[in-house]
Design a protein around this ligand. Structure first.
Ligand SMILES: Cc1cc2nc3c(=O)[nH]c(=O)nc-3n(C[C@H](O)[C@H](O)[C@H](O)COP(=O)(O)OP(=O)(O)OC[C@H]3O[C@@H](n4cnc5c(N)ncnc54)[C@H](O)[C@@H]3O)c2cc1C
Length: 484
């Protein structure tokens, strides 16, 4: 195994795409391992989603046009957005997200505080010189043949000035003369998955003449003053935006897939407090005259319909010759892979990897662990299983089991009282207790993971047990190193 038996660790030339939480976490780990890292970021600063952008992609009459890939505005954050999870769960393992004087010191701070924290982290980790801002990656493809004798130099990364990219209409297929091409040994994709709107199919959407938009393009409540607004989707965004609108809109109708399951204690409290808020079933159809007909036959005449229906994966720049796909069938961009442990496409591992693909994770620890794993796999510190084994275990959906418990804590909070859970007086104990519960669970899972691995290794009578690593083991290491 490379890197084992005293072999020196290899240093690779690695391109990280994206300087959000995932890209920064990966870049730091890659650097620590001795790789030469370049981070290409289309935005004017680091921070990803947390770099609030008051501009939008919206063409208010045609949400399909606004949702067409690729979106030109990355961030989907609205002005009032505050963290759903406590800041204690949002810090890197050795760079905690502590309150700072003169800033938003709340336990559940607003989006700007997370952006400032990520900017601080980038500086503290000495990454500023590695990040090339305002640089849109428009194509990543395998080199026709590795460019160096040792098999390295596998990826050609084409990028261009992000401002020019927008002025060219946001098309990734632009003239080569406007682009820069560079060759890297490895590419880490960390471009996020909360930007490309996912829209439902509703009869009459195409003929609706009034305001229609996806929550990706929602920023502030004022444009909805005195309007009747239908929000499609009762997830965190739908409920949060409904609460943002109650003070200005005439009526808000929250349309849920299932009224029964949407009727949580939090929803009941919201409905009791705000007379202009109503819970509705799914929309049956939209009529050109502004009527919205719900599946139970009830109807309203609305000024605006907003789709709080989530996001889909999109990697418009990635050309892997079919070795990695984003499903555009039933799931509409919600399946992506194959990926071993949400990180490596088996046929291209470790030379292509993804950080932050998972859903239902709140914390950067997982990103750190992925970064550490990728860095070690590239240097030869750790070996990956054989390709056939990775293929056998690889998946296309990316909800992460170990984090379900933490997510459950958060949904317990939000389903109790969406309006007040962030500002409870008894919060300290509550948060500490839940986080400790979660740390305990993570440690137990780490031990189980290690035991499981050992058993498997014994069964297979393999010799490389000390140096092989999985995301579970590396994630456990990151978690154990974290402190409250
Ligand atoms: C409305 C909303 C609320 C949220 N609330 C929470 C919350 O309360 N708690 C929580 O933990 N998470 C929340 N999230 C999820 C949040 O996105 C993640 O916490 C985190 O930002 C993911 O980091 P990332 O680095 O994977 O992606 P991102 O933050 O999206 O960063 C990706 C980066 O890649 C860059 N990029 C993309 N394509 C290219 C390209 N072609 N070339 C160059 N650069 C590119 C982007 O500009 C961006 O900087 C929320 C998300 C949304 C949309």
């Amino acid at each position: 195994m490379a890197g084992g038996g005293g072999d020196p660790l290899a240093s690779r030339k690695v391109c990280v795409i994206g300087a959000g939480m995932a890209g920064l976490a990966a870049a730091r780990e890659l650097r620590r391992e001795g790789h030469a890292v370049t981070v290409l970021e289309q935005g004017a600063d680091v921070g990803g989603q947390w770099l609030y952008d008051p501009t939008t992609d919206t063409d208010a009459s045609d949400p399909h046009a606004a949702a067409a890939a690729p979106v030109k505005v990355h961030s989907s954050m609205y002005a009032s957005l505050r963290l759903l999870g406590p800041r204690e769960a949002m810090g890197f393992s050795d760079f905690q997200f502590v309150p700072r004087a003169g800033r938003d010191a709340r336990r559940f701070p607003g989006h700007r505080e997370v952006y400032l924290y990520l900017r601080d982290f980038c500086r503290a980790a000495g990454l500023a010189d590695a990040v090339r801002l305002n640089t849109r990656v428009v194509r990543v493809a395998m080199a026709a043949a590795p460019l160096r004798g040792d098999g390295m130099g596998r990826w050609v990364v084409r990028s261009m000035d992000a401002g020019l990219w927008k002025r060219c209409g946001g098309e990734d297929q632009v003239a080569a003369a406007q682009c820069v091409e560079e060759v890297f040994d490895a590419v880490v994709v960390a471009t996020g998955h909360y930007s490309q709107p996912k829209l439902p199919t509703i009869q009459g959407m195409g003929d609706w003449r009034r305001k229609q938009l996806h929550s990706h393009s929602y920023r502030v409540p004022d444009p909805f003053r005195n309007e009747v607004v239908v929000l499609v989707g009762c997830g965190d965004s739908g409920m949060d935006i409904a609460l943002d609108l109650v003070a200005v809109a005439k009526e808000i109708h929250l349309s849920a897939k299932s009224v029964e399951s949407a009727t949580t204690p939090a929803m009941s409290k919201m409905l009791a407090r705000h007379g202009n808020l109503r819970l509705r079933p799914q929309i049956d159809r939209l009529c050109p005259d502004g009527r919205v007909i719900f599946s139970d036959g009830s109807r309203v005449v609305a000024d605006a319909v907003m789709y709080c229906t989530g996001y889909r994966y999109s990697f418009p720049f990635l050309d892997t010759a079919g070795n990695f796909t984003v499903d555009d069938g039933e799931g509409e961009g919600s399946r992506v892979g194959p990926l071993f442990e949400h990180t490596f496409p088996p046929s291209m591992a470790p030379w292509l990897s993804f950080v932050g693909i998972q859903r239902k994770t709140m914390v950067p620890w997982y990103f750190e662990a992925q970064g550490r794993w990728i860095a070690g796999a590239l240097s030869g510190r750790w070996s990956l299983p054989p390709e056939e084994e990775m293929v056998r275990c690889a998946g296309y959906t990316h909800d992460v089991e170990p984090h379900r418990e933490l997510m459950a804590i958060i949904s317990r909070n939000t389903s109790d009282d969406m309006e007040t859970f962030r500002d409870r007086d008894d919060d300290s104990d509550n948060v500490r207790r839940h986080l400790q519960e979660w740390y305990g669970l993570a440690e137990r899972q780490a031990q189980d993971g290690e035991e499981e691995e050992e058993e498997e290794e014994e069964e297979e009578e393999e010799e490389e047990e000390e140096d092989s690593a999985t995301a579970v083991a590396v994630a456990a290491e990151a978690t154990v190193h974290s402190s409250l």
